[in-house]
Write a protein that binds this ligand. Structure first.
Ligand SMILES: [Zn+2]
Length: 256
């Protein structure tokens, strides 16, 4: 088992209806799980092969999204109704959670594979299309050319490493000395809130949650020389810079 393969169901609007479809005796197809905005449904136990990617079946775990390969990036990231499918972005968040869980269970890295890497036998995450193009086996091209891998991989990483914030000290999260500035006269390290957010690759739409967590840390008895007021004042003008830095970083990662 070396691949987590992402598919689109191309019709089913809910994970439950997809499960009903797979359960039909005339349907020679299955997947380990199906995901919609509200649930992750398991159809096939992980110790058995599912029937989704031809010769990759014995080496893959497969997840079907209740979406369509023709969707644009905007549609994938929409929180509205798209082609009868509710909140695709919430579905992607559930997918990221599933990936974060399964990489741990299987000892796989959170890494999106290219078709070449899939064919070369690398371990990681891919779309059905990457198998098709890499190996020449089959014709399916899901989950589609506009599928937002950058969003999904970033979210999976955040979820996989989410505990870090709770059990690693504030200072340990800032190993890069560029982000450290000693407070004059005290020898105590301080950090600019914006730098912290950039360093931790915080997406702008999650800034408020992070800000809550930061405020909690600031209020806790810890050697951090910054008040919630200073933090809020520092954050406002920095948001555009944070957004740019994160976008550049994501662009570099997906281009790599
Ligand atoms: Zn597929």
């Amino acid at each position: 088992m070396r691949l987590l393969v992402v598919h689109t169901a191309e019709g089913a609007r809910t994970a439950q209806s997809l499960g009903d479809f797979f359960a039909r005796t005339d349907v020679e197809a299955s997947s380990h799980v199906g995901i919609d905005a509200n649930s992750v449904e398991q159809y096939v136990p992980y110790d058995r092969a599912s029937w989704t990617v031809l010769s990759a079946n014995p080496i893959s775990e497969n997840v079907e999204l209740c979406g369509f390969a023709h969707w644009s990036r905007e549609q994938w990231l929409s929180t509205g109704m798209v082609d009868g499918c509710a909140n695709p972005r919430a579905m992607l968040d559930r997918l990221a959670g599933w990936l974060a869980e399964r990489v741990q269970a299987r000892g796989i890295e959170i890494k999106k594979l290219s078709p070449h890497q899939v064919a070369a036998g690398d371990w990681g995450i891919c779309g059905h299309v990457d198998w098709t193009v890499g190996t020449g086996d089959g014709t399916h091209t899901d989950p589609g050319p506009a599928f937002p891998w950058d969003y999904v991989i970033t979210r999976a990483n955040q979820l996989a490493h989410g505990n870090k914030e709770d059990d690693v000290s504030w200072n340990d999260q800032l190993p890069n000395p560029n982000y450290r500035k000693d407070t004059p006269g005290t020898g105590q390290p301080t950090y600019a809130a914006g730098d912290w957010l950039v360093y931790n690759n915080v997406k702008t739409d999650q800034v408020s949650a992070k800000l809550d967590a930061l405020t909690e840390k600031v209020n806790a008895p810890a050697p951090v020389q910054i008040t919630p007021e200073q933090l809020a004042a520092a954050l406002g003008p920095m948001l555009p810079a944070i957004a740019t830095a994160v976008a550049d970083e994501l662009h570099q990662r997906t281009a790599a």
